[in-house]
Design a protein around this ligand. Structure first.
Ligand SMILES: Cc1ncc(COP(=O)(O)O)c(C=O)c1O
Length: 450
């Protein structure tokens, strides 16, 4: 490895960073992370902090998960790659599919289609949804509905169902036939409704209205995150996702649960859908499936959807979709070890307990700092703080101030993530109570610096 002077000098010079302006990265070079252990990361200057971001919502078991590391290196020795395209497979992926079938049985999901990450999983689910209707002779069902504020990755299909202009405007025109309804976001919504249950009902009514307007027979699927994550951690009222399920079933519309961040324990339940007592038709997973150590994902498929494909005699069910790395044996081996460790540690239990402590701590910060307009969380280890320059007008805070909070928090012991006016927290699920206190005290120092 080159020395630290070289790395600092070249930082952001020859690469463009995702989700960043290239000029900003040149002016304010990113933190160079060079090591990690447990739930902590360390930078090139040897500064060590608790990672309040959990990698990027994916390192659920922390950075020292030896069984996953061992599984990856053992698999590299035996079979570093072989494809699962028609005609070949590998032993690791067969075993993984069986494990996932058991894991997702309570969600009613019994088949897996493997991908290289979250955006791939979303793209796969959208395509399979259209194909499902074509197999059944309803080829007119091509449209997709989704939530404003939702995040579904960056492929053209995923970006088209995304509900945030930041990921859309510079890439338009996107896929035709995608329509968005308001998110059940109590802090800001077009109904000025602050009661979560009433807001959920209003959003459901809007969904019914949009379906009537478009014509149910033109809609393939509704895609949603059980708890909106990247859009600013928006937990809906408990009636919302069951309500969506009911409406979709009534109109023959498939429900795609985008669980790229919520599957495998983050919400305090094994999946976000299970958290709300809902069985989706398709579920997108990725990220924590390998603890972030290998790019991998899986779309899980409900029994009745699988039956439609498997019983097809027209040929329309032949899948003309897949990735070179679908079912990669190293990813499959990582996922097998990760799943075993996730279950052994019963991570949802810790996520729920630590999540409660974190949420309560953030509410206490809100009482002390006017700049905190809204605190969201209370469902596992995913929380957000929305910052405003004025609580009455809810004017979003300026970029420089939120940057100060982030920088001072980092210097005080915690890496936190900034997204627009939000500070988003998604730490590893093996966090301790002391780590929670470190995150909270670091944020307190950040707010005190304003
Ligand atoms: C809900 C959701 N869907 C899809 C994605 C895209 O995943 P990836 O970045 O692995 O492509 C993300 C990433 O954060 C996500 O949060």
């Amino acid at each position: 490895m080159k020395d630290s002077n070289f790395l600092k000098e070249k930082n952001a010079k020859s690469l463009w960073h995702p989700m960043a302006h290239p000029a900003d990265c040149l002016n304010t070079p990113p933190t160079i992370v060079t090591g990690a252990s447990g739930v902590k990361i360390s930078d090139i200057d040897g500064h060590e902090v608790v990672d309040g971001v959990g990698g990027l919502w994916n390192v659920n078991l922390g950075f020292s998960c030896q069984p996953v590391k061992d599984a990856i290196s053992a698999q590299l020795d035996v079979l570093p790659y072989y494809s699962t395209f028609r005609g070949t497979t590998n032993d690791a992926v067969i075993e993984l599919a069986e494990e996932l079938r058991d894991f997702f049985a309570p969600d009613g999901l019994t088949r897996a289609f493997f991908t290289s990450g979250g955006s791939d999983s979303v793209e796969t689910a959208l395509r399979l949804a259209r194909q499902y209707h074509k197999i059944r002779g309803e080829g007119g069902r091509t449209k997709f509905l989704s939530l404003k504020k939702g995040y579904h990755g960056t492929h053209m299909g995923g970006a088209s169902v995304n509900g945030n202009a930041n990921f859309r405007t510079q890439y338009e025109p996107l896929l035709p036939g995608c329509f968005h309804i308001p998110a059940p976001y109590t802090y800001r919504n077009p109904f000025n409704e602050t009661d979560p249950e009433r807001l959920a009902q209003l959003c459901l009514q809007t969904l019914e209205d949009e379906i009537a307007f478009q014509g149910a027979g033109t809609i393939a699927a509704f895609i949603m995150e059980p708890i909106l994550g990247a859009g600013g951690v928006i937990p809906p009222h408990e009636s919302f996702m069951p309500g969506v399920r009911e409406i979709c079933s009534k109109h023959g519309i498939l429900l795609i649960a985008d669980e790229v961040i919520t599957a495998f324990g983050r919400t305090g339940s094994w999946t976000g859908s299970r958290h709300w007592g809902v069985q989706p038709d398709l579920m997108c997973t990725a990220k924590a499936i390998t603890n972030g150590y290998f790019p991998f994902g899986a779309v899980m498929i409900a029994d009745h959807v699988a039956a439609t494909f498997e019983q097809d005699e027209t040929g329309r069910a032949a899948i003309g979709h897949g990735y070179t790395y679908s079912g990669h044996p190293v990813g499959a081996a990582a996922a097998l070890a990760c799943l075993a460790e996730t279950k052994r540690l019963n991570v949802p239990e810790n996520a729920a307990t630590r999540g409660r402590e974190l949420h309560e701590g953030l509410l206490a910060l809100q009482a002390d700092f006017d700049v905190i307009g809204d605190v969201r969380g209370g469902h596992g280890l995913m929380c957000a703080i929305e910052l405003v320059s004025d609580r009455t007008t809810k004017t979003p805070i300026d970029k420089a101030s939120i940057g100060t909070v982030q920088e001072v928090a980092y210097q005080s012991g915690a890496m936190v993530r900034v997204s627009g006016p939000n500070i988003i927290l998604s730490p590893p699920l093996i966090l301790t109570a002391e780590d929670v206190r470190t995150i909270l005290s670091s944020l307190r120092a950040g707010f005190a610096a304003l």
